[in-house]
Design a protein around this ligand. Structure first.
Ligand SMILES: Cc1cc2nc3c(=O)[nH]c(=O)nc-3n(C[C@H](O)[C@H](O)[C@H](O)COP(=O)(O)O)c2cc1C
Length: 367
């Protein structure tokens, strides 16, 4: 309440590209001061055995994670753990450094609970990020979001080699990897989200997995607005190449569709480049989660992301079939107490419905 009433209006006078690094570095700094970090942790983390869950062999203290894009270079893990997250996805990380698209990278659509995002896979590159993560003492599980460099020469086989480079270099970092297929902001569109282009990529990753003995769970991240026919073929490939599941989903990349999903479309300009996050992605991703869970009879892990602002939104995705959930826009808009509020509400809802563990609630609404 304090945040929404007083702090947020002040922060909103500053463009998101300016304020994000200031708040994130400041919070990381605070979280690292022993007494201060301890006090924030005590106030914001919700620890309860009902929230603990194990997914593909990885134990999580709670199922609410930070989605890829907030901590692109692995700089804020203490902050994320201290502020209550159960896990975080670092990245997306690319093989080579890229300074990002021309600014603005993010625009707030406040009345729509949404952001227009156009970072264009900004990354310090896999070597710098890996070295930083190797030096970090990390208290919670985290995933590595793997993408290809957004550089004009990074196409076809070069792009595949770039994905493999990130996957292999980070093999001992974090507890899982996500292959980010939906890179709507890259110069060459989204070739690897096409099943025809996806197969050689998965083949190369699986070969690397064998050759380098990579054992951590690997997921594919897809757009929430993927067509059903294409999705069915992607599901077939995920099974064929024995990946563990899907992260559903990324930004809405279809501009007209994203625009139509806004409560106040007049706040959005169709000429702005980039994808849309937040509330417009909520129903699209939940419906996709329900579909995939039903179709695969719960045999594929699903990490649910898109438009989560409250515990009810997180619970809806879990009941649709997500074993874990993630958010970014809801955290940016909701402020420091967001994850505590979500976890508290999740606990209430699970207990109200008689579920003794998260796993028992996963997929109960999927047919
Ligand atoms: C500022 C910002 C940057 C993002 N960057 C990435 C990224 O680098 N890699 C990725 O896989 N997704 C990225 N995303 C997408 C989010 O991880 C998430 O899938 C999407 O925003 C939907 O979740 P939300 O509604 O909670 O924001 C980004 C989103 C935002 C808002």
């Amino acid at each position: 309440m304090l945040y929404r009433r007083f702090l947020r209006p002040i922060l909103y006078t500053i463009p998101p590209d300016t304020i994000h690094p200031i708040v994130a570095h400041g919070s990381e700094w605070a979280a690292r001061i022993p007494g201060v970090g301890h006090a924030i942790r005590a106030g914001l983390r919700v620890d309860d055995p009902v929230l603990q869950t194990t997914v593909d062999g990885v134990a999580y203290q709670n199922p609410v994670g930070l989605s890829a894009g907030f901590d692109k270079d692995g700089q804020f893990l203490h902050f994320e753990e201290t502020f209550g997250f159960g896990f975080a996805e670092i990245g997306s990380i690319t093989g080579r450094p890229y300074p990002g698209n021309p600014k603005p990278w993010a625009r707030r659509l406040v009345r729509n609970d949404a952001l227009v995002v156009n970072y264009g896979l900004k990354s310090q590159g896999v070597e710098a990020v890996s070295q930083r993560l190797e030096r970090s003492h990390v208290l919670m599980p985290y995933g590595i979001s793997v993408a290809k460099s957004n550089l004009p020469d990074c196409f076809g086989d070069t792009a595949i080699a770039d994905y493999v480079k990130v996957y292999v270099r980070t093999k001992n970092l974090g507890q899982y990897a996500t292959i980010n297929l939906s890179c709507p902001n890259t110069a060459d569109g989204t070739p690897f989200s096409e099943p025809k282009a996806l197969e050689p990529l998965l083949k190369a990753l699986v070969e690397a997995r064998k050759q380098h003995d990579i054992r951590k769970p690997t997921y594919l991240k897809i757009n929430p607005d993927i067509e059903r026919g294409k999705l069915d073929r992607v599901l077939g490939l995920v099974q064929q190449y024995e990946l563990q599941g899907l992260v559903i989903g990324n930004l809405v990349k279809d501009k007209a569709r994203g625009h139509a999903l806004l409560d106040y479309p007049e706040d959005h300009n169709l000429s702005w480049p980039g994808g849309i996050s937040g509330k417009p992605t909520r129903t699209l991703s939940t419906e996709l989660i329900r579909y995939v869970y039903g179709k695969t009879k719960g045999r594929m892990t699903i990490i649910g992301v898109g438009g989560i602002f409250t515990g009810d939104h997180a619970y809806e995705k879990i009941r649709a079939g997500a074993s874990l959930v993630q958010l970014i826009t809801g955290f940016i808009f909701g402020g420091p107490a967001t994850i505590r509020t979500i976890n508290k509400r999740l606990l209430f809802l699970l207990k109200r419905d008689g579920f003794l563990t998260i796993q028992k609630a996963v997929g109960v609404d999927a047919s």
